[in-house]
Design a protein around this ligand. Structure first.
Ligand SMILES: *[C@@H]1O[C@H](CO)[C@@H](O)[C@H](O)[C@H]1NC(C)=O
Ligand SMILES: *[C@@H]1O[C@H](CO)[C@@H](O)[C@H](O)[C@H]1NC(C)=O
Ligand SMILES: *[C@@H]1O[C@H](CO)[C@@H](O)[C@H](O)[C@H]1NC(C)=O
Ligand SMILES: *[C@@H]1O[C@H](CO)[C@@H](O)[C@H](O)[C@H]1NC(C)=O
Length: 492
């Protein structure tokens, strides 16, 4: 195999790993419903306008677990939630709550999880959710926006991640980035609790690095870095979330998203109960509104997602139930970095979904070279446990999720114009800040997702909607920077 080919193969395999995920839902459809004809929202804080902010933080290892905690940081879950009374901010989550980690008990914890980092984090999130929960008239309870950070390093000698949901023994490969023992570590977390500045601006932040060995008193240098700063003028405007993410050769694959997850049940990519912002789970009739200003792109490997949606159902169409060997995470996202091009082409049909469905519901098979919109699909991969696949196909990475996954990645293309998505490379990218109103429900209902033949179509209930970037194994130092606001999920 030639070098170029080998490189391509490696990239290809790496790509399969892609992550992100999202999953399941078995929550019922409940939430804010207004009089007919009026728009209603599926999120607790439509458009990010509420002074009393609810925002949380979570960090994941390669398969959406904790693995082991970073020394002195506690379990990688934290929150900043406060109410505003007479112009002062009354915080609901203390810094000792945020530092809770294995060995430490809190109200309601199951004693069996006290020393188990993965399970501890799940219960800590529910606990933080209980402190942050907002219960208002006419709306189902909700908890927080979720800032999600993920480290793509995978040490295959650890057995920390399953294969398509099955526990497997350690193995040796060089297909995944890992600088050696400890490469799957959790990051440091600094929290600046939201404060009201004399100017009337409220501001808070989370930041940190994966490089646990640096002497931070000497400055960050060129270590890995993430940061999210939130700001809003008291009494007016919207929260704006300013994100930064920096990869390095030691941490070449990092992801940072702002998520609206389900307030109960499983969200996309989790096999456990979560807390979030979506107090109604959208199906087909919904739009996503969001303002995005990309300042730095994060280099050619940065798969910037406008937007990513996640769900979970079994190959027989039934809803997920937490059985990681048969639940399948499904997700789809549009990548707006113009450096990322289509891997799907007439010569690479294995990277294309079997068919495309037009807005007027015509199916175009991928072998219809005259009509199939190859340029609209970056990559499609099938779940590793599918039994009735149409050749040729590409299998999704089996390790980067707690359960098998399926992935449909889109690119800006004229055929998506109908749904309000970008139609040309560069739209919405650096220097082109926009407020998008995306007909995500209509688009998602026309995407191909695998199901076993003859099974009733799955109900596509989207339990996670998020935006951010996945810098996907860069051999360079890369930095991405973007500002997000106005996030809403509008039920139509
Ligand atoms: C509100 O805050 C102001 C300034 O600190 C104070 O003078 C006033 O008494 C407070 N009002 C109430 C109702 O607490
Ligand atoms: C991270 O946030 C802290 C406040 O919590 C701030 O003092 C520090 O400068 C930030 N780090 C960097 C590298 O910006
Ligand atoms: C990062 O730091 C190392 C060691 O200090 C230095 O050799 C390298 O040039 C730096 N890289 C960048 C991109 O600044
Ligand atoms: C295209 O694929 C469909 C479905 O597999 C098949 O029925 C058809 O014969 C194929 N057409 C060509 C020209 O290969």
């Amino acid at each position: 195999m030639g070098k170029a080919m080998e490189k391509k193969m490696i990239l290809h395999v790496m790509f399969l790993l892609v992550n992100l995920l999202f999953c399941g839902v078995n929550g019922s459809k409940t939430g804010r419903k207004l009089e007919s004809g009026k728009e209603s929202s599926a999120v607790g804080d439509p458009g990010m306008k509420r002074d009393g902010l609810r925002v949380a933080f979570e960090a994941w290892n390669f398969c959406n677990e904790v693995g082991y905690e970073a020394p002195g940081m506690g379990s990688p879950r934290a929150a900043d939630c406060f109410d505003v009374k007479n112009s002062s901010l009354i915080h609901r989550v203390s810094e000792s709550d945020n530092r809770l980690g294995i060995g430490k008990r809190f109200k309601g914890i199951n004693p069996d999880v006290v020393n188990r980092p993965d399970l501890y984090a799940v219960e800590k999130e529910l606990y933080l959710g209980s402190l942050c929960e907002v219960s208002e008239e006419k709306s189902e309870p909700w908890q927080f926006w979720m800032i999600m950070l993920k480290n793509g390093n995978f040490d295959t000698k650890t057995s920390l991640c399953p294969e398509n949901g099955k526990i497997i023994p350690p193995f040796i490969t060089d297909r995944f980035p890992c600088f050696g023992e400890g490469c799957m570590n959790q990051p440091t977390l600094n929290h600046q609790p939201t404060e009201l500045l004399p100017s009337g601006l409220m501001r808070g932040s989370f930041n940190g690095t994966y490089d646990l060995d640096i002497d931070i008193s000497k400055g960050l240098g060129n270590a890995s870095f993430y940061e999210v700063v939130w700001e809003k003028k008291l009494g007016s405007g919207n929260w704006v979330f300013k994100h930064k993410l920096r990869t390095t050769p030691k941490y070449p694959w990092l992801m940072l998203y702002l998520r609206a997850d389900a307030t109960k049940g499983f969200s996309g990519g989790y096999h456990y109960e979560t807390r979030g912002m979506l107090n109604t789970l959208p199906e087909t009739d919904f739009k996503v509104r969001i303002s995005l200003d990309v300042i730095k792109g994060g280099g050619p490997k940065s798969q910037f997602y406008l937007i990513d949606i996640g769900s979970c159902w079994k190959n027989n169409g039934k809803p997920c139930d937490g059985d990681v060997e048969t639940d399948v995470t499904r997700y789809s996202e549009m990548i707006i970095n113009p450096h990322v091009t289509a891997w799907c082409s007439p010569k690479d049909l294995h990277n294309c979904p079997p068919y495309h469905i037009t807005p007027d519901n015509r199916k175009i098979h991928r072998n219809d070279t005259k009509n199939f919109p190859y340029g609209a699909y970056h990559y499609y991969c099938v779940p590793g446990i599918a039994q009735h696949l149409e050749e040729p196909y590409s299998l999704c990475d089996p390790y980067s999720n707690p359960q098998p996954q399926e992935l449909v990645q889109l690119l800006p293309h004229p055929i998506w114009g109908e749904y309000g998505y970008p139609t040309k490379p560069g739209e919405g990218w650096i220097g082109d800040p926009r407020t998008w109103t995306l007909d995500t429900g209509a688009l998602a209902s026309r995407l191909y997702f695998y199901q076993d033949p003859g099974t009733p179509p799955a109900k596509r209930i989207w339990a996670s909607i998020d935006m951010g970037t996945e810098i996907f194994v860069s051999d360079q130092y890369e930095e991405a920077e973007w500002i997000l606001s106005d996030f809403d999920v509008i039920l139509t």
